[in-house]
Design a protein around this ligand. Sequence first.
Ligand code: UDP
Length: 237
Amino acid sequence: MEKLEQLYEGKAKKVFMTDDPELLIVSYKDDATAFNGLKKGTIAGKGVINNRMSNLLMQLLERSGVPTHFVEELNERETVVKRVSIVPLEVIIRNIAAGSFSKRYGVPEGVVFDEPTIEFSYKNDELGDPLMNSYHALALKLATREEIETIKAYAFKVDEVLKSFWAECGVTLVDFKLEFGRLADGTIVLADEISPDTCRLWDSETGEKLDKDRFRRDMGGVEDAYAEVMGRLLKNL
Ligand code: UDP
């Protein structure tokens, strides 16, 4: 596998071409952004943790019947993934009220839902990733009706699998964001990453935040929190 020219640089990752047109290499950075890029910083060692954690969780999900883009971890920051065209929807599942949900509906953080919720945002930085429902996504031709049904089913399955895995680690999965992509033949697979950048993870005993909210809210202890959840994951694999 040869790493060729850079295709794209995002906020937290770089993506490179390879000699196989169906495979890409993702390289995880320590750069962190929040509030649609308004807040910028670095979290030392984050790229290494997010690469490893995302790969381990994607393999767990594959074993549970959720297809993903994961192919092979190359080194501590780089992974081979299947080339997909990203469905421009951020898919958010919530088990407990927090963040924008708490703000939008005036619900205190920590209120536990009877059933998980799902919501979509239009992945569009210029527009600030506006919230949308599945009819809006259909109207804008972001995905077909069938694709949206597949994405919803996979997203709830991811929640089930990860909620119980994190519970074994003494961590509560509050909410998370997923992105899906289409392979060349149209198959929908889970893409992007699953990490403390994209999930809210709270210590089950103390409620301590072990995720990117520590960066967003200037709480300190960001690096330690990422290392803590990674350590617990490795102990419970
Ligand atoms: N999230 C993300 N990327 C985004 C927006 C949200 O990974 O661009 C994740 C976030 O980390 C949290 C969940 O999705 O785990 C729900 O985020 P929320 O809508 O509450 O927005 P936030 O408060 O993070 O702005």
